[in-house]
Write a protein that binds this ligand. Structure first.
Ligand SMILES: Cc1ncc(COP(=O)(O)O)c(C=O)c1O
Length: 368
């Protein structure tokens, strides 16, 4: 029987880096720097340099990063924050945790990113910010969203959870808005050996506030200026991230090479791919395609020992958790289409050329 090609295989990366990471863990144990501390601080410096930003703040996961960024902007009850309907739900959690209301916007039918043409009609006197998501690793239309923010005096935030190293018009993501939020969940392009996240910013004011918020609202130990949180990054996670960050550019290049092969060599009219505007350089966290009969393609791939992923089957505006906001099917038609028709092809840097060949061959043989 042929070996299964999974959507993601983290074991290969772990095998490759095991020695190096375990040696770094030894150091963390030597220093007993398990929570925050020198390893987290060193990672912050490295990651800020990687993103070309003045600061990075290491936190315990990407959802906390979004929550804290909202708090740093003083967003709270009564406020509205515009976000895309097609994203992982955590983009919305960051808004809701503060008591503010997420306002969901449909995506562009071709790039699958937040559609700037749909944003202005949803702006109200309560709107405080727009969160753009660099979905699947591909930058959203930053200039168009930033122009809307400037025109209406709104904050711009990036949800860059899926896009470490992606480039928009020559600049890495992370420095386009007030702050950018990253996830270092193990399966991300840059994934920790545990839960982790981070926030980048060029503004000192937000940086200082984030340092306090993630640490019980405290700058001086045991003096608490405001309601704070325990959202520090662990030392083991930070140590593993520092090592992996050095490999990230080559991993992203390998993802781009695999994506290029999928784009050029999968020739099947039953399958559509995410369109990439000029200057939006994706790092292909996921390689999502759509097709009329998603379940049919899923089952076919499984019988061929290829296990696709599904990101994401329900658009955020129709999730049960947001039923009280009274969105209806049809409110964000393109996001809903995507949810009903998408699947994710295998994508990870350690895929062999033979595995990529097989995915292409099998996709080309698919008949709807
Ligand atoms: C777009 C997006 N935003 C936010 C998050 C939340 O990150 P985490 O899982 O680290 O909390 C994720 C990842 O899971 C994500 O994909």
């Amino acid at each position: 029987m042929q070996a299964v090609i999974p959507c993601l295989d983290l074991k290969r990366q772990h095998q490759q880096l095991k020695q190096e990471i375990f040696a770094a863990f030894e150091e963390v144990y030597e220093q007993t720097a398990f929570s925050g501390g020198q390893f987290a601080e060193a990672f912050e410096k490295d990651f800020a340099a990687f993103c070309h930003t003045a600061h990075a703040v290491a936190v315990n996961n990407g959802t906390s990063a979004l929550h804290l960024a909202m708090l740093a902007l003083k967003i709270g009850a009564g406020d509205e924050v515009i976000i895309p309907a097609n994203t992982f739900i955590a983009t919305a959690w960051g808004v809701s945790y503060t008591g503010a209301t997420p306002v969901f916007i449909d995506c562009d039918p071709f790039t699958w990113e937040i559609d700037p043409a749909k944003v202005e009609e949803k702006i109200t006197p309560r709107t405080k910010a727009i969160v753009g998501v660099h979905l699947y690793g591909q930058p959203f239309d930053v200039d168009a969203i930033r122009n809307i923010c400037d025109k209406h005096d709104l904050f711009l935030l990036e949800d860059a959870a899926q896009a470490q190293g992606a480039v928009y018009k020559g600049q890495p993501v992370g420095g386009f808005g007030e702050m950018a939020c990253f996830s270092f969940y193990p399966g991300k392009n840059l994934g920790a050996t545990g839960e982790a996240g981070g926030i980048t910013t060029n503004k000192e004011e937000y940086y200082q506030r984030l340092l306090s918020l993630r640490n019980h609202g405290s700058v001086v130990r045991y003096y608490h200026e405001e309601l704070g949180f325990n959202m520090r990054m662990g030392g083991l996670e930070a140590a593993s991230l520092r090592i992996k960050l050095r490999y990230l550019p080559s991993w992203n290049q390998r993802r781009q090479a695999i994506a290029k092969r999928y784009q050029q060599e999968i020739k099947n009219e039953a399958v559509q791919m995410q369109q990439q505007p000029e200057g939006h350089v994706s790092v292909y966290h996921l390689f999502v395609v759509t097709t009329a009969d998603r379940d049919g393609l899923m089952n076919y791939l499984k019988t061929e020992h290829i296990h696709p992923g599904l990101h994401y089957p329900v658009s955020c505006h129709l999730q049960q958790a947001y039923a009280h906001l009274n969105y209806r099917p049809g409110d964000c038609p393109h996001a809903e289409y995507l949810a009903a028709h998408c699947l994710s092809l295998p994508m990870y840097p350690e895929m062999t050329d033979e595995e990529v060949d097989r995915v292409i061959h099998v996709m080309n043989a698919y008949r709807a």
